[in-house]
Write a protein that binds this ligand. Structure first.
Ligand code: GDP
Ligand code: MG
Length: 736
């Protein structure tokens, strides 16, 4: 018989790890909520069981879209059985969901996960007793160590096959009376198996169910207010209280805790420094700096260290030029291939795709670093540290999770904004997440760093800081619109203990993302490069121009649009404008386009891409180019993701327009202001340094823009709500 099993549990309880152990799939294991957004399914190896991995939830009252996904699935599609995975080191909180699941009247097995951790702490859990009190089978497991999994499969097969429904855990006296009354009122309007769940939700004022069964709610209203009066509290907190009372009885009966070390665990001690008010942010910036100095390198005056990534990239670029490009060119010449065809192959395809692939080593090292930081558990500390900053700007710390996911790729980053309960925060986050540089933007940053900024990896750190500042500023600005106004919602996030990263997780994560990058280069980027090559090698009369791109279709388009960017210091270099536009298809395309137009060679005296860029952009205009391209509309895939989250093309259009305008303003300000610094507006043409001087027009415009922003930031918030930020202290909640 085939069974469908749902895997439900709190975020971070180990659902994905267990799912992978059960199915052999390799989902990403993350340390923060939101990594699993839609439900995922897989088959248990060697059994006829389908497992559905639901998003992590704390309760079955739908506060966030992902809780809604889970609840709707459990209620509407009713699996044959549920594995409720609970974190055994944190039973008090996890059982809150368990008690609600047991009300559903669906066969349930509780998987008591993290038993390895429980043993390490020296605690003891009486599994038999717990099973008796919960009225359903309880199986101790350690998903990560692959212990107890077979036992779990047997129990769930039995539960699903027999259809045996767990005994609900009862509330105290008058609560059960209310529930019975609600069940009578609902009668046959809800499925008999599910009636206790609906009744409890009706009693506790669940918004969705009370709307659906308004008249039944009416009919029990008198009894509800009676209980409210008697206990002098609102019904929803009475219900939650009763649940927690039952839970603390159960935990008291079944768990014996070993005495804890006074100083806390090692993780606690590390966290006291890493998440401290004073050291948190410097450590975060330090970690970023180490990562990027390692990848890109460092240069200050005559002192220069080449990063590992840059070193590999230089080698790879050299290899692409000679032997690959040169061999193909020679072969074409020997075999009488036409000039146009040779150009397409050598410059268009190998030049464009090669320039992008050249950055593969840097990407791999970045992905490796991100995977390690994530697996150790440091990423959630960053969210915690930055939460304090974000709250000052009225943004929920929950916006941090999408931003952190977005450092890899903006698409899952934007999707992760779904975990945010507040509609307003969710929309603002979906609109601003891509300000943080994603993996695809790294090649652009790395390219400019070596071509324009003398190989200093701190430029990359600057890009992240710029992204965060833009998110914060946008938080303030966007809040001043009616549709997005409101107070920040509280952020509860737990910090999982640090652990030694698992090599297989890291290698898998790195290679997956690296492969995605290669695939993209072989498909989208390849097509784009071919298109760019045609547009830049043919005139409007469709005559081949022999690689003299100046009279091409692309040049004539770029030469019109380039006026838009002149105030940003990009001069009459239409290629820069064209690159920014092709970047919308995928950000790596900026590199691919320049590779097609200028050639790949990275050598110091070469005519290649870096030398050409160095003759077009100064330190000041280099920053404006980076700023514009990192902040403006993201790639099409990310715009699509934004559309899914914002729900309409109109709002998506507004979001994209906002991003582009902000990007332009930041570019203008950076160029106008940095251009005033002596020596920062010089370019190197054919080895000769040319000083472009202070861009006076841009500087004046920059001052106007700054003044306008200061005005908007300081202007009274017309929709300011007093509730929120000061009412809670996230720190207490997190540490609780
Ligand atoms: P999810 O959010 O419920 O999908 O949880 P994940 O599967 O992403 O796991 C959250 C964290 O707990 C990860 O860092 C896992 O490596 C860790 N984890 C999962 N299962 C176990 C376990 O049995 N023991 C220990 N010590 N850690 C685990
Ligand atoms: Mg997960």
């Amino acid at each position: 018989m085939s069974l469908t099993i749902a895997l439900a549990g709190n975020p971070n309880s180990g659902k994905t790890t267990l799912f992978n152990k059960l199915t052999g799939a390799n989902q990403r294991v993350g340390n923060w909520p939101g990594v699993t957004i839609d439900k995922k399914t897989g088959k248990v190896r060697g059994h006829d069981i389908e497992v559905v991995d639901l998003p992590g939830i704390y309760s079955l009252s739908p506060y966030s879209p992902e809780e809604l996904v889970s609840r709707n699935y459990l209620l509407k599609e009713t699996p044959d059985a549920i594995i409720n995975i609970v974190d055994a080191t944190n039973l008090e909180r996890n059982l809150f969901l368990t008690l609600q699941i047991l009300d559903l009247g669906i066969p349930t097995v509780v998987a008591l996960n993290m038993m390895d951790q429980v043993e390490k702490l020296g605690d003891r859990v009486d599994v038999g007793k717990l099973s008796k009190e919960l009225g359903c089978p309880v199986v101790p497991i350690s998903a990560i160590k692959n212990q107890g999994i077979q036992d779990l499969i047997e129990r769930i097969e039995k539960a699903g096959g027999s259809g045996e429904v767990p005994e609900p855990v009862l509330f105290d006296g008058d609560m059960e009376g209310l529930i019975a009354e609600a069940r009578d009122a609902l009668g046959s309007k809800v499925p008999a198996d599910r009636s206790r769940f609906y009744a409890v939700k009706l009693v506790e004022n669940d918004h969705q169910i009370c709307t659906e069964f308004a008249s039944e709610k009416e009919s029990i209203a008198a009894s509800v207010s009676e209980v409210e009066r008697k206990r002098d509290d609102e019904i929803d907190s009475i219900v939650a209280d009763s649940r927690y009372n039952r839970i603390s009885d159960i935990v008291g009966d079944c768990v014996k805790r070993a005495p804890r070390d006074e100083r806390g665990t090692l993780s606690d001690r590390i966290d006291r420094v890493v998440t401290s008010r004073i050291w948190g942010i410097p450590i975060f910036l330090g970690v970023l700096a180490v990562v990027f100095l390692g990848i890109i390198g460092f240069a200050w005056g005559d002192f220069e260290v080449v990063g590992i990534g840059t070193w590999c990239t230089d080698w790879l670029n050299g290899f692409i030029e000679d032997p690959i490009q040169s061999t193909v060119a020679d072969w074409c010449a020997d075999n009488g291939v036409s000039d146009a065809m040779t150009g397409l192959l050598v410059d268009g395809i190998i030049g464009g795709v090669g320039a992008v692939i050249g950055f593969l080593p840097q990407m791999l090292i970045l992905f490796l670093a991100l995977c390690i930081l994530e697996d150790i558990g440091y990423m959630s500390r960053i969210a915690f540290v930055m939460d304090r900053v974000f709250r000052h700007f009225g943004l929920s710390g929950k916006s941090l999770i999408p931003v952190l996911v977005g450092t890899g790729c903006g698409v899952p980053g934007i999707m992760a904004s779904r975990t945010i309960e507040s509609e307003r925060d969710r929309r603002i986050t979906a609109m601003t997440t891509t300000f943080i540089p994603c993996g695809a933007k790294l090649p652009v940053i790395a390219m400019l760093t070596s071509a324009v900024f003398g190989g200093n990896g701190l430029v990359a750190v600057g890009c992240y800081v710029m992204g965060i500042i833009c998110i914060l500023i946008s938080g303030i600005i966007l809040k001043k619109f009616r549709s997005l106004s409101g107070a920040a919602t509280p952020f509860i996030m737990e910090l999982p203990p640090y652990h030694i990263p698992s090599a297989s997780n890291i290698v898998k994560g790195t290679l997956d993302r690296g492969w995605a990058f290669v695939k993209k280069a072989g498909t989208i980027i390849l097509l784009a490069c071919i298109l760019i090559w045609f547009l830049s090698n043919f005139t409007w009369g469709l005559e081949f121009n022999g690689g003299e791109t100046g009279n091409s279709i692309l040049a004539s388009i770029g030469e019109v649009l380039m006026y838009v960017f002149m105030p940003l210091g990009w001069g009459d270099n239409w290629e820069l404008t064209v690159g920014s536009i092709t970047g919308l298809i995928a950000k790596e395309n900026i590199v691919g386009t320049f590779g097609t137009l200028f050639g790949v060679e990275a050598g110091e005296n070469g005519e290649g891409l870096e030398a050409v860029l160095g003759s077009m952009l100064s330190t000041a205009s280099g920053w404006s180019f980076l700023a514009f391209n990192l902040i403006c509309a993201p790639c099409f895939a990310a715009i699509g993701a934004m559309h899914r989250e914002l729900g309409s093309w109109k709002d998506t259009g507004i979001a994209v327009a906002y991003q582009c305008i902000l990007a332009y303003c930041v570019g203008l300000v950076l160029y106008g202001i940095l251009g005033c610094v002596g020596g920062w507006n010089t370019v190197v043409i054919d080895g000769v340094t040319v000083d472009n001087g202070v861009p006076i027009g841009s500087t004046i415009a920059a001052i106007v823009v700054i003044a306008a922003f200061v005005y908007i930031l300081w202007a009274k918030d017309p929709f300011r709500q007093l509730a929120g930020r000061d009412e809670y202290d996230a720190e207490d909640e997190v540490k609780a």
